[in-house]
Design a protein around this ligand. Structure first.
Ligand code: ZN
Length: 402
C-alpha cells in the first residue's frame, strides 16, 4: 500500500506565543524528523528559538494546527501499549493531595486503562476526559464542550507543551472552573535540558517552559500559583498547581513584578558573595602578618579574586594538581596536593586556616588534609566558597577536626 508523505506546513515566522514579541529570536537548534504513522508518514522541521523579551523557548515557525491533529490521530493508536512514561504511583500520590471525594475531575489527554484512571474513577463524583483524538477514549473532544463553572480539579500532564494556542486554552479553562478549583500542570522543565537534551529533539513540543514562564502565563490569565516542584510523576519535568485569583484580589496580579526578579535576586547574592570574599581576604592578611599560613585549595577564579587584593606572601599556599596554573599566581606558592605536607614541614609552618574555593574540591581534598601536619596541629578553621553551589559560603565549626 502506497503511503502518503505529509510534509508539515509552517506558516512563516510567528510571534512569541507568550509575549507577542516579533523581533529576531535567538535560534538554538534545527533538525528534521520523519515519523511513520499508521496511514501516513510525517516530515517535521524543528527550529527551536528563544524570545529575547520574555525568554520563552519555543518552536518557530509553529506547525499548522490541523496537520498536527491529523498526525496525532494517525499516530496515537501506536501508543496504547499499556506502557506509561510516567510513574503511576507518584501521580496518584499527587492527586491524593488535591482531589476530594465528590469532586468533578477534568483532564486533557487520555489516561485510559491505567491505575491512575481507576483511582480517579473511584474518588471523583464525575470524570470528564478531554481528548481530540477520536482513536482514544474521551468524554468530550475539546474544552469548549465542557460546561462553564463545572470543574473542581483540572489536570494536564504533559499536554500544554503540545498546544499551539496555549494562552487561549488557559483563558477558556478559566471559564470552566468552579470557584476554588485547583489546576495541576506537569510539563518538561527547560532548565533541566542540560541533563536531558532529548527534549530538544522532540518534534511535537511547541513550547519549552521554564518555571518563570509557566507561572507568568497562568498569572497573566488570572491564576495564582499555589505550588511548584521539580519532583513529579514524569522524569525531568516540573509540577505546578494553580488556583483562580478570587474576585477583588486583582491587585495581586497588577502588583506582580515582571522585572526579572530572579536576576535581581542573583545580583543581591553576588554582593553578599563579594562581602564574604572581602572578609576572607582580611582574615588571610591578618594571619600572614602574624606569620601564620593559609592554604587555598583550588586555583580558580575565586582564588584569583582572593589573591588579587593580598600582598605577596610566603605564608599563602595555593594547592592545585594542575601545575600549568602556577603562572596565574606569581608571588605565591602554588603546589600539587602531594607536595603540601613536605613543604609545610620543611618550612616549619603552622596552618590553622584552609579555604576550599569550590564545593567539589572540599570533598576531594578533605582526604588530602588527613594525616598532614595541618591536622597534627590540632586546630584548623575551614571556609568553603562556591558561587555555583547553594549555600555558596559556609564555615566549618571552628576547633579541632581531628
Ligand atoms: Zn516572548
Amino acid at each position: 500500500m502506497r503511503r502518503n508523505l505529509v510534509e508539515f506546513i509552517y506558516n512563516g515566522k510567528d510571534a512569541c506565543p507568550l509575549c507577542d514579541e516579533k523581533s529576531s529570536f535567538q535560534s538554538f537548534f534545527s533538525s528534521k524528523k520523519l515519523v511513520h504513522g499508521v496511514s501516513n508518514d510525517y516530515l517535521f522541521s524543528i527550529n527551536i528559538v528563544g524570545c529575547p523579551n520574555c525568554r520563552h523557548v519555543f518552536l518557530n515557525p509553529i506547525p499548522d494546527e490541523d496537520q498536527l491533529l491529523l498526525y496525532y490521530s494517525d499516530c496515537f493508536p501506536k501508543n496504547t501499549s499499556g506502557c506509561f512514561f510516567y510513574d503511576e504511583k507518584k501521580r496518584i500520590a499527587l492527586l491524593e493531595g488535591v482531589l476530594k471525594e465528590g469532586d468533578t475531575y477534568c483532564e486533557i489527554g487520555s489516561n485510559a486503562n491505567s491505575l491512575v484512571d481507576k483511582y480517579i474513577s473511584l474518588k471523583a463524583k464525575k470524570v470528564i476526559m478531554i481528548e481530540p483524538n477520536e482513536q482514544c477514549r474521551s468524554d468530550v473532544p475539546d474544552l469548549d464542550s465542557v460546561h462553564p463553572n463545572s470543574i473542581d480539579v483540572f489536570a494536564a500532564f504533559g499536554v500544554l507543551e503540545h498546544l499551539i494556542n496555549v494562552r487561549g486554552f488557559i483563558q477558556t479553562l478559566k471559564t470552566k472552573l468552579k470557584s476554588g478549583a485547583q489546576v495541576i500542570v506537569e510539563v518538561p522543565n527547560v532548565d533541566e535540558y542540560d541533563h536531558n537534551f532529548t527534549n530538544l529533539l522532540f518534534w511535537e513540543h511547541v513550547h519549552h517552559f521554564s518555571r518563570e514562564n509557566l507561572v507568568s502565563l497562568f498569572e497573566e490569565v488570572g491564576f495564582r500559583a499555589t505550588s511548584w516542584s521539580r519532583s513529579c510523576s514524569a522524569p525531568l519535568c516540573m509540577l505546578a498547581t494553580f488556583e483562580l485569583v478570587a474576585d477583588g484580589d486583582e491587585a495581586f496580579l497588577q502588583n506582580r513584578d515582571l522585572t526579572f526578579q530572579s536576576v535581581r535576586n542573583g545580583v543581591e547574592k553576588i554582593r553578599t558573595f563579594q562581602q564574604c570574599l572581602n572578609e576572607i581576604c582580611e582574615s588571610i592578611q591578618r594571619r600572614a602578618n602574624k606569620n601564620q599560613a593559609t592554604i587555598i585549595y583550588g586555583a580558580n577564579e575565586i582564588t584569583s579574586y582572593l589573591i588579587g587584593s593580598l600582598a605577596e606572601s610566603d605564608n599563602v599556599i595555593i594547592i592545585d594538581d594542575d601545575r600549568s596554573k602556577k603562572h596565574m599566581f606569581s608571588g605565591f606558592e602554588c603546589l600539587p596536593a602531594v607536595e603540601i605536607d613536605g613543604f609545610l614541614r620543611s618550612r616549619n609552618l603552622v596552618v590553622d586556616y584552609a579555604i576550599f574555593s569550590s564545593h567539589h574540591l572540599s570533598s576531594v581534598f578533605w582526604k588530602n588534609l588527613q594525616g598532614t601536619s595541618l591536622i597534627e596541629s590540632g586546630h584548623i578553621e575551614i571556609d568553603v566558597l562556591d558561587y555555583k553551589f547553594d549555600p555558596f559560603f559556609y564555615r566549618f565549626n571552628q576547633g579541632s577536626l581531628t
